[in-house]
Design a protein around this ligand. Sequence first.
Ligand SMILES: *[C@@H]1O[C@H](CO)[C@@H](O)[C@H](O)[C@H]1NC(C)=O
Ligand SMILES: *[C@@H]1O[C@H](CO)[C@@H](O)[C@H](O)[C@H]1NC(C)=O
Ligand SMILES: *[C@@H]1O[C@H](CO)[C@@H](O)[C@H](O)[C@H]1NC(C)=O
Ligand SMILES: *[C@@H]1O[C@H](CO)[C@@H](O)[C@H](O)[C@H]1NC(C)=O
Ligand SMILES: *[C@@H]1O[C@H](CO)[C@@H](O)[C@H](O)[C@H]1NC(C)=O
Ligand SMILES: *[C@@H]1O[C@H](CO)[C@@H](O)[C@H](O)[C@H]1NC(C)=O
Ligand SMILES: *[C@@H]1O[C@H](CO)[C@@H](O)[C@H](O)[C@H]1NC(C)=O
Ligand SMILES: *[C@@H]1O[C@H](CO)[C@@H](O)[C@H](O)[C@H]1NC(C)=O
Length: 652
Amino acid sequence: MLLSTWVLATLLTRASALATSNNKFFKRQNGTGYELKTGPLDTDWTAQVGTDPWPMYPRPQLERSDWKNLNGVWRYQNISKAEYDSPTFNLDSPQGVLVPFCLESALSGIMGSWLIYSAYETTFEIPADWSKDNRVLLNFGAVDYKAVVYVNRKKVGEEHVGGYFEFTHDITSFLQSGSNELHVYVYDPTDMDRVQIPLGKQSLHKDHIFYVPCSGIWQTVWLESAPKEYITNFHMDADMDGKVNITIGSSGNGSSPVEVTVYELDSDEAKATGSGTTGTAFQFTVDSPKLWSPKSPTLYNLTIKLGDDEVKSYTGFRTVSQAVVDGIPRPLLNGEFIFWMGTLDQGFWPDGIYLAPTYDAMVYDLQKLQDIGYNMLRKHIKVEPALFYYAADKMGIMLIQDMPSLRTRVPKADAKCGESQPVKDTESQLEFNRELEVMIKQQRNYPSIVAWVIYNEGWGQADQPPWPEFELTNVVKSLDPTRLVDSVTGWFDHGAGDFHDNHKYANPQCGTPYYSTPSTPYDGKRIGFQGEFGGIGHNVSVANLWKDPWAIDHINQTYEIDADLDAWNYRAHVLLSELLGQVERYACSGAVWTQTTDVEGEVNGMLTYDRRILRPNLDQWNNDLNALYKAAAARTNGTAMMMPRAETFDGM
Ligand SMILES: *[C@@H]1O[C@H](CO)[C@@H](O)[C@H](O)[C@H]1NC(C)=O
Ligand SMILES: *[C@@H]1O[C@H](CO)[C@@H](O)[C@H](O)[C@H]1NC(C)=O
Ligand SMILES: *[C@@H]1O[C@H](CO)[C@@H](O)[C@H](O)[C@H]1NC(C)=O
Ligand SMILES: *[C@@H]1O[C@H](CO)[C@@H](O)[C@H](O)[C@H]1NC(C)=O
Ligand SMILES: *[C@@H]1O[C@H](CO)[C@@H](O)[C@H](O)[C@H]1NC(C)=O
Ligand SMILES: *[C@@H]1O[C@H](CO)[C@@H](O)[C@H](O)[C@H]1NC(C)=O
Ligand SMILES: *[C@@H]1O[C@H](CO)[C@@H](O)[C@H](O)[C@H]1NC(C)=O
Ligand SMILES: *[C@@H]1O[C@H](CO)[C@@H](O)[C@H](O)[C@H]1NC(C)=O
C-alpha cells in the first residue's frame, strides 16, 4: 500500500471530499477533475507545477518549430485485461490525471498502487496554421511499460514495449476536422508474479532499496507537424579533431539528400556544412572546434535539413578513449586523464516519482552536485527525459548511463516460500538485449555520456556461463565504438568490458589489491573503478522524511547512520581520504558515491528526498574532491580538471 495510514489521516482531515472522491466529485471540479494529492512528502516545486507541466520542447536534439504540447489534465481509469485487449472506450468513471506524471505520484492526482492495466483519454485539435500537406506526428517521451495508442478509436500503430523510450506514431490518416479523441491503453506489470522486465528500482513489493514504481505515461506527450518525408532520428559522432560522422534516418523509402550545418558559437553564421543522403553515414570536418569538457562544456548549434524538414539540434566535440598512462589503464577525455568523481543518481522524486516536478527542480540536483565538486554522475538503472541529458550536456557533467536492470531474482515456478532464482528464461534475456540496443540508439548523441553500464550487481545477470555480458559488450561496442563500456558494475565480474568495477560500503576498494567477496582484486588490465561506495546515512526529522511508516521503520537498514551532520561530514572525510590514498597508491580512476538524494527509507543522500537539506559541508567536500582530481593529475603529469563553478577550487 502506497497510501500510508498517516497520509490517509492527513487527507481525511485536510479534505474529506477528496478522500471520498467519486465520479460526481471529479466532474464538479472545473470539468477536469484534477486535484494535486498530498503525498508522503513534497518538494518546493510541487505547488509550482499547476496544470501545464513540462511546457518546453521536450527533445532539444531534434526540435521542430510546429509543435503542440499535450501535457495537462486528461482522464484516467483503472481497467481490466479484457478492456486492454479489446477496448470499448467506455471510461464510465474516469478520474482527472495530470499527464505526464505517473499514476503512483501525488502530482498525477491519482497516487494509486498496483495499477496494472490503465486507460487514458483526452481530446486535441490540430493547430489551424499547420500545413495541410504535412504529416502529424504524435510523440511520447516514455510510457511504462506497454502502450497502445488510439486516435478517434482507431489503433494507430503497434503496441509499444519498453518503459524508458521515446516513440512516435504518424497519426495523419486517423485525424478528423475539429476535435480528435486520443486514448492510450497501458499495461505495466512491474514485478508482479514471475514477470521479468527492465524496471530498475521500481517494485510493487516494499523493500529498503527498491521504491514506489511508476506506471503509465511519465514523459511529455506532444504533436508536431512534419513534411511527408521527415527526419526520424540521427546518429552523430563529433570528436576532438572536429571530425563529424553522421547518419540521418528518414521516413522515406529511398535515399534523399540531407544537409547538416554547424553554427559558429553565439552566431547564426555557418561554421561548417556537411551533406549526404539519408540512411548512409557521411563525414565532414569542423575546423578547430572548442572542445566539450566538464571545465568548458561547449555546445554547437546545428540544423539538419531534409527537403522541407528542418530540425534544430546541437552537439559537443569531444573524444572518449582509454590508454595506459604511466603504467595504469585510464579513461581519457580529449586525450587527457581526468578523475571521474560522481554520485549514484536514482532520479526519484517524492512528488513526481520518476519525473522531476519541473525542469528547474531537475537542474537543481545537478547544480548541487557541481557545487559540491562532482564532475560526473552515474544514472542508475533508469533512463531520463531528453531534457535531463541536455542539462548535463550544457552544464558539463559526465554521465555513466546504466541499462535499467531486470528484477534481481524471480520467484521459482514451483516456489516454496521465498525461493527465487536469477534470470533464466530466454524471453526475458532477449527483451533485455533488445531494450539495451534501443537505449544506446536513443541516447548515443549526448556528449555528456562517457560510458555505458550493462549489469548492476548481478541483477538479472545470468549466474552460469556463457556469461551474457561478453556478447552484450560486443553489441554495445559495435553500436557505439566511441564510448567505454562498464559491463558489470559490482559483484560478478568475469572480465568483460573496459572496467574493473568494485562496489563496497562504506570504504572504497578502488583499483586495489585488497578486496571483499564477491569482488576480486584489481586485475591490472582494465580501468580500476569504484562503481559504488559511501552510502553513509544521517536521519532527519519527520518533516523531511518520506512519511510511509514502513520506510521510516527501515531507515536503520541504511549502510551506516551517523548521529549528526558533524559526524556524517567527518565520516565522509575519512572515506574520501581513503579513496585519495587509493588514487595516489593504486590504480583508481574514478568513483561513485551513494547517492545524490535520499530515497524513501534510504537516508544517505547529498540532499534529503525533498531536496530541502544539503548534508555536505561544502568547504570540506570541495577540498576533498579537489584533492582527488589533483592526485590523479599528478600521477599522469597532466593538468587537474577542476569543476567550473566552485571558486574555492585551486589549480583551475
Ligand atoms: C479550477 O480552475 C481554477 C482557475 O482556472 C484553477 O486555479 C484550479 O486549479 C482548477 N482546479 C482544478 C481542480 O483543476
Ligand atoms: C483495477 O481493475 C481490476 C480489474 O477490473 C481489478 O481487479 C483491480 O482490483 C483494480 N485495481 C484498482 C487499484 O482499482
Ligand atoms: C560512421 O558511423 C558509422 C555508423 O553509424 C560507422 O559504420 C562508420 O564506420 C563510421 N565512419 C567513420 C569514418 O567513423
Ligand atoms: C514509401 O512507400 C510507401 C509504399 O510504396 C508509400 O505508401 C509511402 O508514401 C512512401 N513514403 C514516402 C515518405 O515516400
Ligand atoms: C543556439 O541557439 C539558441 C537559439 O536557438 C541560442 O539561444 C544559443 O545561444 C545558441 N548557442 C550557441 C552556442 O550558439
Ligand atoms: C530497525 O528496523 C527493524 C525492522 O527492520 C526494527 O525491528 C528495529 O526495531 C529497528 N531498530 C531501530 C533501532 O530502530
Ligand atoms: C529516524 O527519524 C524518524 C523521525 O524522527 C524516527 O521516527 C525514526 O525512528 C528514526 N530512525 C532511526 C533509525 O533513527
Ligand atoms: C611522469 O612523471 C613520472 C614521475 O615523475 C615520470 O617517471 C614519468 O616519466 C612522467 N611521464 C610522462 C609521460 O611525462
